[in-house]
Design a protein around this ligand. Structure first.
Ligand code: A3P
Length: 297
């Protein structure tokens, strides 16, 4: 796709999903080397759908069960959520099929952008839990664009990214099939796959964090301190996380500043960026792709 190749770079397709070259090696390493434990948790998403938030919430949910002394720093205060919950294919398994996983305590929490069917291969006979966070594709597009501008360190035109998203060619795309793969997974294996929506996490955060806790096997109990849910929501809020020193100054392995993972965190920011034509085109694709699936946006 020469018109936007310069924008997205060389991509390769593996099992129906587009990857940049070394990410494929990461996927293969993962497929070959990953040995699931039945308590493993995998947080899955299409890029820019809310993984940072989901990771922070999951970390905070399990952390509250530990009896740490009050003067100990919470892991979210000393580490970025992506450092604590690495991406399998472009982090842990990028260069090796036998990464050192001994530093992970139980439950081990990982993340991924692989579609469900690829992820499922090594997990086939394991009751690992998968949480998928889905976000309105129009906001995903805007968020991707901002992120891409930070990566390239210049403001670039959104049009090529828009075209590539519509065509389904982009990192970890097509977006449409990515979402559908987990949606169907959640219907087929409801005890193993939880399908969450960024928009619902924003509109009813307490209910969604309780739902997440329940699914992960660490529900809030009656004995638990009052305000426990609110404390977690505040700790994991964009305002709080983005203000922490670690997230203001640190960088990922690929040298992306952690601060780039925190922007507006709003629902509907696309209204400030997409033309009516762009919206129409996306709406038509949504209608066609999700017809009969029970999934709506
Ligand atoms: P915007 O660019 O629309 O602001 P990901 O974490 O999957 O990379 O997604 C990044 C998007 O999630 C960004 O969206 C970012 O601002 C938003 N985000 C990051 N942390 C968040 C948080 N704690 N709460 C809500 N949204 C958050």
């Amino acid at each position: 796709l020469p018109s936007y190749k310069d924008f997205v770079g060389n991509l390769y397709n593996y099992r129906g999903c587009w990857y940049y070259p070394n990410a494929i090696q990461g996927v293969l390493n993962f497929e070959r080397g990953f040995k699931p434990q039945k308590t493993d948790i995998i947080l899955a998403s299409y890029p820019k759908s809310g993984a940072t938030w989901l990771k922070a919430l999951t970390i905070a949910l399990f952390e509250r069960l530990k009896n740490n002394s009050s003067d100990e720093l919470h892991p979210l205060q000393s580490h970025n959520p992506h450092r604590i919950v690495p991406v399998l294919e472009i982090g842990l398994y990028l260069k090796t099929s036998t990464p050192d996983l001994t530093k992970f305590s139980t439950p081990r929490v990982f993340s991924t952008h692989m579609p469900f069917h690829t992820l499922q291969l090594p997990l086939k006979d394991s009751p690992c839990k998968i949480v998928y966070v889905c976000r309105n594709v129009k906001d995903v597009l805007v968020s991707l664009w901002y992120f891409r501008c930070v990566q390239l360190q210049k403001k670039v035109d959104m049009e090529p990214l828009f075209e590539s998203l519509c065509e389904g060619v982009g990192f970890f795309g097509p977006f449409w099939e990515h979402v559908l793969s987990y949606w169907r997974g959640s219907l087929e294996y409801p005890k193993q796959v939880l399908f969450m929506r960024y928009e619902e996490m924003k509109s009813e955060p307490s209910a969604q964090v309780k739902r997440l806790a329940e699914f992960l096997g660490c529900p809030f109990t009656e004995e638990e301190e009052e305000g426990s849910v609110d404390k977690i929501l505040e700790l994991c809020s964009l305002r709080n996380l983005s203000g922490l020193e670690i997230n203001k100054s640190g960088k990922t392995l690929n040298k992306v500043p952690y601060s780039a993972f925190f922007r507006k965190g709003e629902v509907g920011d696309f209204k400030n960026h997409l033309t009516p034509e762009m919206e129409n085109k996306i709406d038509m694709i949504i209608q066609e792709k999700y017809k009969g699936s029970g999934l709506n946006f």
